[in-house]
Design a protein around this ligand. Structure first.
Ligand code: KIV
Length: 293
């Protein structure tokens, strides 16, 4: 594997933030792609979460999460589909608008769903324009490296910031036959590097690396001047993203190895629902405090 010169050394601290760090900064205006570029220059790491509704988005915005992705993971996590494949432009547009309404500071990135950009750059521009105009997102995301570079180029030259997504691209689940780790072996690693470079050269402002060996993700991160956003791609990416329902322990059943649960929300919510139900059945709710006379 080619060794490329590092843009920064592991452990380098961000330069003085002057209140402008993406996470923990004091500026209250909405974050833009220029702030993202400045964070890469400072060597500053940042978090990204998915969000699919205004209320949850407002919680993450108040917590200072600088970038919220209205991911097509809404298919599995919010809409009850088996994968991201069935998600439509109407669904992404509706939920992206809700996330924009629920936030004041976060950069909201709307995902382009399967079938909304694969035909070519013109279709991609039509879909991305809809997300920007109708939902008010500040950027869009699409999957693919070299294969999507022409789409990225036209969107960026039309004034729409693009986050790319390489490695495991869940919209290709039927071609992959599941969700396998990508970039293993010399040939696959070189292809991943070419994919990441292709979207950077096409003008993407950041690139998601999903399910990629940590060593390869570190090499990609060193070789790009745009930030890498890791999900199952190790510690050396510039940013980290998790699907919020996974991170909060809301997802039913098995979650991928790369997920860390910061809360057992499914358990807590279920317990609250049972406590309510038991009080209703026992005739204890509503009490006087919850009653009008
Ligand atoms: O749709 C999504 O949530 C994503 C993230 C996993 C990066 O693409």
């Amino acid at each position: 594997m080619t060794q490329l010169s590092p843009a920064r050394k592991p452990g380098d601290r961000p330069a003085s933030d002057n209140g402008k760090t993406l996470y923990g900064g004091t500026s209250s205006r909405r974050i833009t792609v220029r702030d993202i570029a400045a964070a890469k220059e400072r060597g500053e790491k940042w978090p990204m979460l998915t969000a699919y509704d205004a209320m949850t988005a407002s919680v993450f915005d108040e917590a200072g999460i600088p970038v919220l992705l209205v991911g097509d993971s809404m298919g599995n996590c919010h809409l009850g589909y088996e994968s991201t494949v069935p998600v439509t432009m109407d669904e992404i547009t509706l939920l992206s608008a809700a996330v924009v309404r629920g936030t004041t500071r976060a950069l909201v990135v709307g995902d382009l769903p399967f079938g909304s950009y694969q035909e070519g750059p013109v279709q991609a521009l039509r879909s991305a324009t809809r997300l920007v105009k109708e939902a008010g997102v500040g950027a869009v995301k699409l999957e693919g490296g070299e294969r999507s570079a022409h789409q990225v180029e036209l969107l960026v030259s039309s004034g729409i910031p693009v986050m790319a997504h390489v490695g495991l691209t869940p919209q290709s689940v039927n071609a992959f036959g599941g969700y396998p780790v990508q970039g293993r072996g010399e040939e696959a690693a070189q292809q991943l590097l070419r994919d990441a470079k292709a979207v950077q050269d096409a003008g993407a402002f950041a690139v998601v690396l999903e399910a990629v060996p940590a060593e390869l993700a570190a090499e990609v991160t060193r070789s790009l001047h745009i930030p890498t956003v890791g999900i199952g791609a190790g510690l050396d990416c510039d940013a980290q993203v998790l699907v919020w329902t996974d991170m909060a322990g809301m997802t039913a059943g098995r979650v991928p190895k790369f997920v860390k649960k910061y809360l057992e929300m499914r358990q807590l919510l279920g317990d609250a629902a049972k406590a309510f139900a038991e009080e209703v059945v026992a005739g204890d709710f509503p009490a006087t405090a919850h009653t009008f006379h």
